[in-house]
Write a protein that binds this ligand. Structure first.
Ligand code: PAF
Length: 282
């Protein structure tokens, strides 16, 4: 596996790949890799000749009171895992390399609408930070294919919209959420959970399944339904941020004719913010 530490080195290696006309897949990450990330890499390997992974904890997507400093950094182990999977190149740029003119002066990429609702309403500026770094990384790596986890469902929709809006020449794939045996969606932030919180955490997924079962059983009063389940989660010890049923494509409130929906959830357990989602076909 080639270790690439700056943009000029990446560009040179990228030129060589281009000359041999290979399909290049890209998996952007913030590191602290778990099976969810590794499944993105496995999926990428199935569809491409060359797989590039990046590890960059992007300051632009963290709010002032969020966990940028505390975000787990486990580079040595990440490198070992990626090498073992047969990744071709690991790109690990520095913040100075990425934001050469400083964060204050940085040009932004903003996907309106999708970026401001649901998670975007709770985390102002978050999706602008995500769209900006992903656009920059796409410009650097110039992949043919890119892979993202469906766990961050709204992020995936924002990135797909950006790729369409900016006529980017690549295909974006969403990969099914990888779960622990008890159903908890894998996330680097799960490390923040205490022992007791970790035992309680999968209950959010169980409650989401129950809610979806009620919809399959015929309930269509979505607003009341999500309100009821928010209260149940609160009684169990969660501090729910949102529980929303939306159209799966545009994440708007669903109309009567919509057949494909998604249940999106975010809740705090202690200081840890858990997110999850579940698609619903009526
Ligand atoms: O999902 C993530 O890990 C990050 O948001 C991403 C896509 C790597 C951008 O920093």
């Amino acid at each position: 596996m080639q270790l690439i530490k700056d943009i000029s080195e990446l560009r040179e290696i990228r030129r060589n790949w281009q000359n041999s006309a290979k399909v290049i897949a890209f998996v952007p990450t913030m590191g602290n890799l778990h099976q969810g990330h590794l499944n993105l890499v496995r999926e990428a390997k199935k569809q491409a000749d060359i797989v590039v992974v990046s590890i960059f904890v992007n300051p632009l997507q963290f709010g002032p009171d969020e966990d940028l400093e505390a975000y787990p950094r486990t580079l040595e182990n990440d490198r070992y895992l990626l090498e073992d999977l047969g990744v071709d190149a690991l790109f690990m740029p520095t913040t100075n390399d990425i934001y050469a003119r400083g964060l204050e002066q940085q040009t932004f990429v903003e996907v309106p609408g999708l970026s401001y609702m649901i998670c975007g309403a709770s985390r102002p500026g978050h999706f602008r930070g995500v769209a900006t770094i992903v656009c920059k990384l796409f410009n650097m790596v110039q992949p043919n294919l890119a892979f993202f986890g469906e766990k961050d469902f709204q992020q995936l929709q924002v990135i797909k919209a950006m790729v369409t809006d900016l006529s980017m020449n690549l295909k974006v794939f969403g990969v099914t959420t990888t779960r622990e045996d008890d159903g908890l969606a894998m996330s680097s932030r799960n490390h923040y959970l205490s022992g007791i919180e970790r035992k309680l955490a999968p209950t959010m997924y169980i409650k989401m399944q129950e809610l979806v079962d009620e919809i399959h059983g015929g309930r269509r009063d979505f607003s009341r339904l999500t309100q009821e389940y928010k209260m149940q989660l609160a009684k169990l010890g969660f501090n729910p941020d949102y529980l929303e049923i939306r159209n799966v494509e545009n994440l708007l409130q669903p109309g009567h004719e919509d057949q494909h929906l998604v249940l999106l959830a975010a809740a705090f357990l202690g200081k840890t913010r858990l997110i999850d989602n579940m698609q619903i076909s009526l």
